[in-house]
Design a protein around this ligand. Structure first.
Ligand SMILES: *[C@@H]1O[C@H](CO)[C@@H](O)[C@H](O)[C@H]1NC(C)=O
Ligand SMILES: *[C@@H]1O[C@H](CO)[C@@H](O)[C@H](O)[C@H]1NC(C)=O
Ligand SMILES: *[C@@H]1O[C@H](CO)[C@@H](O)[C@H](O)[C@H]1NC(C)=O
Length: 430
C-alpha cells in the first residue's frame, strides 16, 4: 500500500516536472499582472515572418508555439496592417448577419475596409480558426451580455463558425432579447442576453428631452441576464452606447439623479455616473453568483466615429481607411468611459479574487478607435427605404473590423486553457 503511494507520488512529481518543463517551452502565452489589470501578453519572436501569408487560409494558421526572445507583448497595442486575404466570410456564406450591418447587401461600394488585420506592436495576433475555437469550447458554453454591439460581435463569431458547422436555435423563449444556439456537433452553447444598460431599465418616455427616449435605470438592480448566467463557462460583458441617452437613475428605489433629463428637481449626475454604477452592479452580481465557475471577460468600449455632427444631427462616418496609431488618441468621452471600465474592472477583480472569480480584459478600445472606416453609415438599409435610422457609426459592418474581436477571443481562451492546466497540476501535487 505504502509502496503504491510512493510510486504514485513519484509519478505525479515526474508528471508535474515534465509538464512544467513542457509548458515553459511550448507556452508562448503568459498573463502579466500590471497594477491589477491583466494585459494579454505573449512572448515575441525575433523573427519577422508573420503567421499570415497569402497562400495560407486562416484555418491553417497556428499560433506561434516556440518561445522567441522572451520579451512580453501587449496584444492590444498595435496597428492595422494590410491583409489581402480578408474577409473570411461574405454576406452570401453567412446568414447570421444582422440586416443593419449587412453593408455589402445595401450597396456599400468600397471593399478596402475589409482588408486589414490587427498587428500588435511586438508580436502577431493569429487569425481566428473556427475548428480550433470549437475544439476548445467542446462541451462548454459562452454568453454575451450587452447591447446590439455585443450581438454584432456574436454574429461575427457565428459567421466564422459557419465555416465548420451550423447551430440550432435552442432559445428558451421567443423573445429576441435572449437567444441561445447549440452547436450540437461540439456540445457548445452560445447565448446572447440583450441588456443595453446591464441593470434594470424601462423606457419611461419614448421621446424625452432629445427625442431619443428617457430611460429609468435601477442602478443597483442587475438586469434579467443575471439570473440565467451562472451556468455559463464564459461570459463576455460589454455596454456603453446607450448611456448617451437621457436617463433617470434610482438606487434603493429612490431617484438619486439623472443624465440630461432636464428636470428641475433632479440633479444631473452625468452619464458617467450611470455607466460606472451599472458596471459596478453587473460585476457585483457576477461576484455574488452561487456555483459560478466561469471566466468573466470585460470587452471594453468600442468607440463610435461620428464626424461633422452628433449621431442625431447629421454626424456621419465617411472615412475609407483605418487610422494610424499616431493620427489619433483616446480622449473626451471615449477616454472617460474607458477609464471608468478599467476602474470598475479592477475593483471587481479584486473583490472577486477571494471568491475565485476570474476576470479577463478584452481591451479592444485602441484597436477600434483606429477604425472609423468600419461602420455601416448609410449602408444599413436600402437607400429608398423609409426608415428613421441615423447614419450608423456605432455598429460594425459584417464582415468587418469587429471580426478581430474573435481573434482576440480565441487567443484569450487558449491562454485560459493553458492557465487551467497549470493550475490543476500544481493543485494536485502541492
Ligand atoms: C450580398 O452582397 C451583394 C453585393 O456585394 C449583393 O448583390 C447580394 O444580394 C447580397 N446577398 C445577400 C444574401 O445579402
Ligand atoms: C505616423 O507614422 C507613420 C509611419 O511611421 C508616418 O509615415 C506618418 O508621417 C506619421 N504621421 C503623423 C501624423 O505623425
Ligand atoms: C415616410 O415616413 C414619414 C413618417 O413616418 C411619413 O410622413 C411619410 O409619408 C413617409 N414617406 C413615404 C414615401 O412613405
Amino acid at each position: 500500500m505504502e509502496l503504491l503511494f510512493e510510486r504514485r507520488r513519484i509519478l505525479l512529481l515526474f508528471l508535474a516536472l515534465t509538464s512544467t518543463v513542457l509548458l515553459t517551452i511550448i507556452t508562448p502565452y503568459y498573463y502579466y499582472r500590471k497594477s491589477h489589470v491583466q494585459y494579454v501578453l505573449w512572448e515575441t519572436s525575433t523573427s519577422t515572418s508573420t503567421s499570415v501569408s497569402p497562400s495560407v487560409s486562416p484555418e491553417s494558421v497556428h499560433p506561434r508555439k516556440i518561445a522567441g526572445s522572451g520579451r512580453m507583448c501587449n496584444a492590444f497595442s498595435g496597428e492595422w496592417v494590410p491583409n489581402p486575404n480578408a474577409p473570411y466570410y461574405t454576406n452570401e456564406s453567412c446568414w447570421a448577419i444582422h440586416e443593419h450591418q449587412n453593408c455589402r447587401k445595401y450597396g456599400r461600394p468600397d471593399a478596402e475596409f475589409l482588408k486589414w488585420r490587427w498587428k500588435p506592436n511586438d508580436c502577431e495576433l493569429p487569425l481566428f480558426n473556427a475548428a480550433q475555437f470549437l475544439e476548445i469550447l467542446r462541451g462548454k458554453s459562452l454568453a454575451f451580455v450587452g447591447d446590439s454591439v455585443a450581438r454584432n460581435h456574436m454574429q461575427s463569431l457565428m459567421c466564422f463558425l459557419n465555416r465548420v458547422t451550423y447551430p440550432v436555435d435552442v432559445s428558451h423563449t421567443s423573445d429576441e432579447k435572449y437567444t441561445r444556439w447549440s452547436y450540437t456537433s461540439h456540445s457548445f452553447t452560445l447565448a446572447f442576453f440583450l441588456s443595453q444598460f446591464l441593470v434594470k431599465a424601462v423606457e419611461a418616455d419614448q421621446n424625452g428631452p432629445t427625442n431619443t427616449g428617457l430611460f429609468n435605470l435601477l442602478l443597483d438592480e442587475p438586469d434579467g441576464w443575471s439570473t440565467q448566467i451562472s451556468e455559463f463557462d464564459y461570459v463576455i460583458v460589454s455596454a456603453g452606447h446607450w448611456f448617451f441617452r437621457p436617463m433617470i437613475f434610482s438606487e434603493k428605489k429612490q431617484v438619486v439623479g439623472c443624465h440630461f433629463c432636464l428636470r428641475e428637481n433632479i440633479k444631473d449626475l452625468t452619464k458617467y455616473y450611470g455607466f460606472r454604477m451599472a458596471f459596478r452592479t453587473a460585476f457585483k452580481a457576477l461576484n455574488g453568483l452561487n456555483g459560478f465557475k466561469g471566466v468573466i471577460f470585460l470587452r471594453t468600449f468600442a468607440p463610435s466615429h461620428f464626424e461633422g455632427g452628433d449621431w442625431n444631427n447629421g454626424g456621419n462616418c465617411l472615412r475609407r481607411m483605418p487610422l494610424r496609431n499616431n493620427e489619433t488618441r483616446l480622449d473626451g468621452f471615449n477616454l472617460e468611459l474607458y477609464m471608468i471600465q478599467m476602474e470598475e474592472f479592477r475593483r471587481a477583480e479584486k473583490e472577486g479574487r477571494e471568491r475565485g472569480m476570474k476576470y479577463r480584459l478584452m481591451d479592444i478600445t485602441e484597436a477600434m478607435l483606429l477604425r472609423p472606416d468600419g461602420h455601416p453609415s448609410i449602408y444599413g438599409h436600402w437607400p429608398n427605404e423609409n426608415v428613421t435610422l441615423y447614419n450608423d457609426c456605432v455598429h460594425w459592418c459584417l464582415p468587418g473590423p469587429i471580426d478581430t474581436f474573435n481573434d482576440f477571443l480565441l487567443h484569450m481562451l487558449m491562454m485560459e486553457r493553458r492557465g487551467r492546466t497549470a493550475d490543476s497540476i500544481s493543485g494536485r501535487v502541492y
